[in-house]
Ligand binder design. Structure first.
Ligand code: ADP
Ligand code: MG
Length: 248
């Protein structure tokens, strides 16, 4: 199960995103975002509502197109690759975790986790074994056959994280993953992400409103009006080892 991963770096260069509304009105959502994320970093993205956080995450996850600028995944221009390559990135390199968990309500925890593997053609037995293992890794071995509605919010988010692991991702994008959870449960989810980053060398890019969650990450990008207003390094240990981050 410990397939060697080629961890991905993420870089955005003057990333611009406009939405054209009906009529001719244009909404300038991202106005020149520059970010550099190393493989295996845990990153928080913060900023006021409407500052473009979700749009940025969706662009990084190739769910949304860009207007100008570029996104590079380990040097490869993400929006200049073929549809097939983008699909490969979506299925095999990245995974998403949402505020509302987005589990399929009529599938059990185990079936929800098996689904991405089935879509990728992983044989039934292997998918079954892996789903159980991923659920065990998120602390839900005792809940394999529960439906989402039979689980607490925190447990549902753990299932969603196990489902993300089923993509065997290099990067997990999480949009306010603790937004619907009580503070303590949210902290447990953050600790789970920290463990995954450390043990599996997965990068996690997480949008959050909660400063207590953000300080648990390695670095915080603060967006305002579609730009990076500020970048804060939170992890002294990492910085002294190799990040050339500027202290603000
Ligand atoms: P955040 O996640 O930081 O709250 P969003 O990225 O969701 O911000 O939205 C940023 C801005 O972009 C908002 O003003 C929103 O109305 C606008 N926006 C987002 N998606 C669309 C869309 N599909 N069409 C037009 N405007 C959009
Ligand atoms: Mg949002």
């Amino acid at each position: 199960m410990s397939k060697k991963k080629k961890a991905l770096s993420i870089q955005t260069n003057e990333l611009i995103k406009d939405f054209e509304l009906q009529g001719e009105e244009i909404v300038h959502v991202l106005t020149g975002v520059n970010m550099k994320i190393k493989p295996g970093e845990f990153i928080a993205v913060m900023g006021p509502s409407g500052s473009g956080k979700s749009t940025l995450l969706n662009i990084l996850a190739t769910l949304e197109t860009i207007t100008e600028g570029e996104v590079r995944l380990s040097g490869v221009n993400l929006h200049d690759t073929s549809y097939k390559d983008q699909l490969d990135i979506r299925r095999n390199k990245t995974a998403l975790v949402f505020q509302n968990f987005a589990l399929i309500p009529y599938l059990t925890a185990k079936e929800n986790v098996k689904l991405p593997m089935k879509l990728r053609g992983v044989p039934e037995m292997e998918a079954e074994e892996k789903a159980i293992s991923f659920l065990e890794q998120v602390g839900l071995y005792a809940r394999l056959d529960h439906l989402p509605e039979e689980l607490s919010g925190g447990e549902q988010q753990r299932v969603a994280i196990a489902r993300a692991l089923a993509h065997d991702p290099d990067i997990i994008y999480a949009d306010e993953p603790t937004g619907n959870l009580d503070t303590n449960i949210g902290k447990e989810i953050i600790q789970l992400f920290k463990t995954l980053v450390k043990e599996k060398k997965i990068s996690v890019i997480m949008v959050t409103h909660d400063p207590d969650c953000a300080v648990e990450t390695d670095r915080i990008y603060i967006l305002q009006e579609g730009k990076v207003l500020e970048e804060r390094v939170t992890s002294i240990k990492k910085r002294s080892s190799k990040v050339e981050g500027k202290k603000k």
